[in-house]
Design a protein around this ligand. Structure first.
Ligand code: GDP
Length: 596
């Protein structure tokens, strides 16, 4: 027995929610609920650390002790920051720390832009270049001999758009909350976006200079959304600052550095070069100017870069202060000249082996981007998400839920979560009152989630984004319809049904004998169409007299693949030689579909 009379159980430094549930013989849903109550949004396969597990275990009456068990190999961790995947193949001996890349998120007018400017002003040394300081999408500051890179496009929209393209610009999110205004809708939204990306969060409690600033009240609000201050026994660093007066900035940088070193952000400066396009534009004089954030390897002048359908040899490269440089190490933002086309912001770039490789990759990307039958990159509709689950690509159902009023949202979210099972947990990434926005759709796109709306509509920009990113947006006016859909779908996810789709009907007008004892029915299609590689049912009155594959389908002696309403055709059916004039042929196919 442990100190509190709790039973002692040994657990490793990290374990998945599923493993934790098994260890303490609790249902994973209950464990997930407990985690949520402690402000941790985790799905069943997510790794949680010892301390988090210990808190949950205490709730269940167990005391956690560390074991010396080896940690799970990184490759088994299904959810991790994207950059970890990039360095998977790298020589561990070559991996070294790289500066953290920070994005600033928060509610409108809470001071994101002011904070970015203040940090830049007080910490960026005047450039040697002496030229016009250009404003590029990121800058670096030095804090106690260490660099920190700041993305200069504040807000979760830009951040999540990047994730939707498979990139992840930032390693750490600074959530700006005004001390006089407190936690607001976009604060919650930003938090949901940061959590979905699994980036650590530092809170900047801004406008502390204001008379009506009430830091304790805001800290309580933050605790309510799972960000418990470290001086309140939580693990969130909440730093009081005034962006306007420039106070507290050093403390903020210190907090960022600390969280950065905990996150163990690494790269191989000698490894393969990969990173994210932060912004790009066509300049009349210089051609394509692209700002790139190097995330692994070292980018050099003369390298051939591919970013989506754009590629080219870097002619010249400049740091964020406009000074020409020859190389850029990991976490360094640079603007480069030499690309053929303007790449999309948020897209990944890499250095190609040579011109040929680059051209081929860019061409492949261009073809993939063409509108057409190409598969969307990630599963997006309710049906596709379930299919992905069956294929083992996803382990939970992720939802973004919007409702008309906060009061109606809570029961909806609770009932949706309760639909989840141990095998398929329902993970609500974000829920809020209000119409469905573009940001909601982008969060869903970046996280393979579905957007559900209750008594709300989707904004035009949201619908456009949904179409572009293939996100399923479902609107409901009746709660049980929504839960019923999800419930049916969850069942369908486990056992897809096969559904017959009737393609069309044809009436038999004449019967012909063919060599080798076969028969062909001379038909006229009365509805829909007949397809050669479909099945048919032969109907005589109310009776089905035969079911089988169509073996031949002809129109005026030509073999055809399909035949439409109003046209005549000759139809042969496998193993059937008893056609009669007046029979009806019903052409159908079978589709495996979840029971939605
Ligand atoms: P953003 O929308 O989050 O980027 O917010 P801004 O940076 O544009 O700031 C919104 C307003 O708040 C501006 O009028 C700023 O001058 C003001 N502001 C920002 N930071 C502070 C601060 O620390 N103290 C005070 N008093 N005002 C601030």
């Amino acid at each position: 027995m442990g100190e509190n009379g709790h039973k002692v159980i040994e657990i490793p430094a990290t374990l998945t929610v599923r493993e934790l549930a098994e260890t303490i013989q609790a249902s994973p849903i209950d464990v997930i609920k407990q985690l949520m109550a402690n402000g941790v949004m985790a799905n069943i396969n997510q790794q949680i650390d010892f301390d988090t597990a210990a808190i949950v275990m205490a709730e269940f009456g167990f005391e956690a002790h560390p074991t010396a068990a080896p940690e799970a190999p990184v490759a088994d961790v299904p959810e991790m920051p994207v950059w970890r995947r990039w360095i998977e193949g790298e020589d561990p001996k070559q991996l070294g720390p790289r500066p953290p890349v920070v994005t600033i998120l928060g509610h409108v007018d809470h001071g994101k832009t002011t904070l970015l400017d203040a940090i830049r002003k007080t910490n960026v040394a005047e450039g040697e270049a002496g030229g016009i300081t250009q404003h590029i999408a990121a800058y670096q500051v030095k804090h106690k001999d260490q660099f920190i890179t700041f993305l200069d496009t504040p807000g979760h929209a830009a951040f999540t758009a990047m994730r939707a393209r498979g990139a992840q610009g930032a390693d750490i999110a600074v959530l700006v909350v005004a001390a006089d205004d407190g936690v607001m809708p976009q604060t919650r939204e930003a938090l949901a976006h940061a959590r979905a990306a699994r980036v650590p969060i530092v809170v900047a409690l801004n406008k502390i200079d204001r008379d009506n600033a009430n830091p304790d009240r805001v800290k309580q609000q933050l605790a309510d959304i799972g960000l418990v201050a470290d001086d309140w026994d939580g693990d969130t660093l909440i730093v009081p600052v005034s962006a306007k007066k420039g106070t507290g900035l050093e403390d903020l940088l210190e907090a960022i550095a600390m969280v950065g070193s905990q996150a163990d952000i690494r790269a191989n400066p000698k490894g393969k070069v990969i990173g994210t396009v932060l912004e790009a534009e066509l300049d009349r004089a210089k051609g394509v100017v692209a700002t790139l954030l190097v995330q692994n390897g070292t980018l050099r002048t003369g390298d051939v870069v591919v970013a989506g359908a754009a590629y080219g040899r870097i002619r010249a490269m400049f740091d964020f202060q406009g000074a020409q440089v020859q190389s850029a190490a990991p976490s360094t933002p640079v603007s480069v000249l030499g690309l053929s086309d303007v790449p999309t912001a948020g897209e990944l770039f890499r250095v190609a082996e040579g011109d040929k490789d680059a051209r081929a990759a860019a061409e492949a990307a261009r073809v993939q981007a063409l509108p057409g039958p190409a598969e969307p990159r990630a599963p997006r509709t309710l049906e596709q998400v379930f299919q992905a689950f069956q294929d083992g690509q996803t382990r939970d159902l992720r939802l973004v839920v919007k409702g008309d009023v906060q009061g109606s949202l809570e029961p909806i979210v609770t009932s949706l979560k309760n639909l989840g099972t141990a095998e398929i947990p329902v993970n609500v990434l974000h829920s809020a009152a209000g119409n469905i926005t573009e940001n909601d759709v982008m969060l869903a796109a970046a996280s393979n989630a579905i957007v559900l709306g209750f008594s709300v509509t989707a904004e035009v920009a949201a619908m456009r984004a949904a179409e572009k990113e293939h996100v399923d947006v479902r609107l409901y006016d009746v709660i049980y319809r929504m839960t019923e859909d999800i419930e049916k779908a969850l069942k369908g996810m486990l056992e897809p049904e096969s559904r017959q789709v009737v393609l069309g009907r044809a009436e038999v007008r004449a019967v012909f004998r063919i060599p080798k004892g076969g028969q062909v029915a001379g038909c006229r299609v009365v509805k829909g169409e007949l397809r050669r590689n479909s099945s048919v049912r032969v109907l005589r009155g109310d009776q089905v007299v035969h079911e089988g594959q169509i073996t031949s389908l002809r129109h005026e002696k030509e073999d055809v693949r399909e035949i439409r309403e109003g046209f005549e055709c000759g139809v042969g059916v496998k193993g059937f030689t008893e056609f009669a004039v007046g029979d009806l042929l019903e052409s159908f196919t079978e589709e495996k579909v979840p029971a939605v």
